[in-house]
Design a protein around this ligand. Structure first.
Ligand code: ADP
Ligand code: MG
Length: 449
């Protein structure tokens, strides 16, 4: 009789709390006795018992009562492990090890992504400092650390660096790094294999949790839900959480509001698009490495500067370009010159260029010198018009892949020799006229974003 009642109540609960919660929390409950006003259930683990007690005991009680059961209280206790269950489980995730991170289901770490190999510049200064702070493993000062920024700007690199550093400094800490996609995959797998308690226990037992590319779980309701609970439990225990995403928490579509607001509670830091100095720094570091790999390979001066100017998309593309360049040069046994670079990387350079048009350059320069855009194309020869026009020609030559005749056409049909003259003139002036040189540097930066 009581078991029939329980069967009925289970069905009601499934409707009340949703299929997922039902499968996770109610299905595994075993009603053992209902006597003296107490309904007694067996649960698989203490954690499970606490969780159900805290979250679902009221529901269970209400439904039992309204089904006519004489009950005033529900109790949960752990099943005494049978001999088979008490044996260490064969799956590594269930290892009852409480030290270190070896048993954690993390994503692999890239050994190259360390703090040593991370080049710091203005755009990533704060993110780097915050990551360093977390990597010290001291008291939690901000939680979570939320790193966001466009693709290829170093979010994953920084997270791996934190993990590496913590492994060295605080080897006893349980550090779990994984992509949001892996998180979902593990969660779904746990649901399917009815290992959800193990899953929860593992995720709630870590000291530092890092979830990369969290935007991935937006719109995936039960994964979000689980992530939210994990997140809350860890924050309540003052465990450090590091999250990355491709945009700010508030801008992730289809992410629940309560999650957004929890994510905003800590330190939210963005990695800005790279600037010229940072790109050059990264290129120099990598080039040094490649020079040691490809011994004897020569590189002309100015190549790295050229690449830092021209490839402005992201660091991954920059690295890819350099890798290809060195591989190609070593294959053909030639010095890496500007010419070779342009040949070898034509497609990358073109793709990076697509954004910047000669018209944009003309507009920016006109704006800067406070002249009319029409004067860029027009015939006026006055110095205060002609000089800015030459600056625009120079920048068009530097920042686009257009040929001199093409540039000439866009400057009101001027001859290519006029353009060449203009470019030369600015090059000369830049070494003597510091005002002009500053103007050009500033404009270049503005144009490259
Ligand atoms: P994200 O996760 O933001 O998309 P990654 O961390 O995967 O970007 O970085 C892409 C590539 O660029 C990696 O190879 C990484 O090592 C490199 N990288 C990014 N920023 C830096 C930096 N500041 N210094 C050195 N390498 C960097
Ligand atoms: Mg990444």
């Amino acid at each position: 009789m009581t078991h029939e009642t329980w069967g009925l109540v289970r069905e009601q609960l499934a409707v009340r709390i949703g299929k997922n919660n039902y499968t996770t929390w109610i299905e595994p409950l075993k009603l053992t006795t209902l006597a003296n006003g107490v309904a007694h259930f067996e649960v698989p683990t203490t954690f499970f018992g606490n969780w159900v007690s805290r979250n679902y005991s009221d529901h269970i009680l209400n439904h039992l009562q309204s089904s006519g059961a004489e009950v005033g209280r529900v109790e949960f206790s752990v099943v005494r492990p049978t001999e088979a269950e008490a044996k260490p489980a064969p799956r590594p995730v269930a290892k009852p090890v409480a030290r270190g991170s070896d048993d954690l289901p993390g994503s692999p770490l890239d050994a190259r992504f360390t703090f040593d190999s991370f080049v710091v510049g203005k755009p990533n200064e704060l993110a780097h400092a915050a990551a360093r702070r977390v990597a010290e493993g001291g008291p939690v000062t901000f939680n979570p650390l939320f790193l966001y920024g466009g693709v290829g700007l170093g979010k994953t690199h920084l997270m791996h660096a934190i993990a590496h550093e913590l492994q060295i400094r605080q080897p006893h800490l349980r550090v779990l790094y994984l992509s949001a996609e892996q998180f979902m995959y593990r969660f779904v797998q746990a649901l399917r294999e009815r290992q959800i308690m193990d899953f929860k226990e593992i995720f709630r037992s870590v000291d530092v949790l890092m979830v990369d590319d969290v935007q991935f779980i937006a719109g995936k309701d039960s994964t979000q839900e689980e992530f939210f609970h994990t997140f809350n439990v860890l924050v309540d225990q003052n465990k450090q959480i590091v999250i990355s995403a491709d945009r700010a928490p508030g801008e992730i579509k289809d992410l629940e509001d309560r999650i957004k607001s929890r994510l905003q509670c800590g330190l939210v830091v963005d990695l800005h698009p790279t600037d010229y100095e940072l790109r050059l720094g990264i290129l120099q570091t990598k080039a040094e490495y490649y020079r040691s790999q490809y011994k004897g390979l020569q590189m002309a001066t100015g190549v790295l500067e050229f690449l830092a100017h021209r490839i402005t998309t992201n660091v991954r593309v920059l690295e890819g370009a350099l890798t290809r360049l060195f591989a190609f040069a070593s294959l053909v046994g030639r010095e890496i010159t500007l010419e070779l670079t342009q040949d070898c990387l034509a497609d990358i350079l073109r793709a990076s260029d697509r954004k910047l048009t000669i018209e944009e350059i003309q507009r920016k320069v006109a704006e800067h010198y406070n002249i009319r855009l029409a004067d860029m194309i027009g015939p006026k020869r006055l110095r205060n018009i002609a000089r800015p026009r030459q600056v625009a020609m120079y920048l068009a030559k530097q920042l686009t892949l257009r040929s001199l005749p093409e540039i000439g056409r866009r400057f009101g049909g001027r001859d290519h020799t006029t353009i060449m003259h203009g470019v030369k003139r600015i090059e000369e002036l830049m070494s003597t006229d510091s005002q002009l040189s500053d103007d050009v540097t500033l404009l270049r930066r503005l144009l490259q974003g």
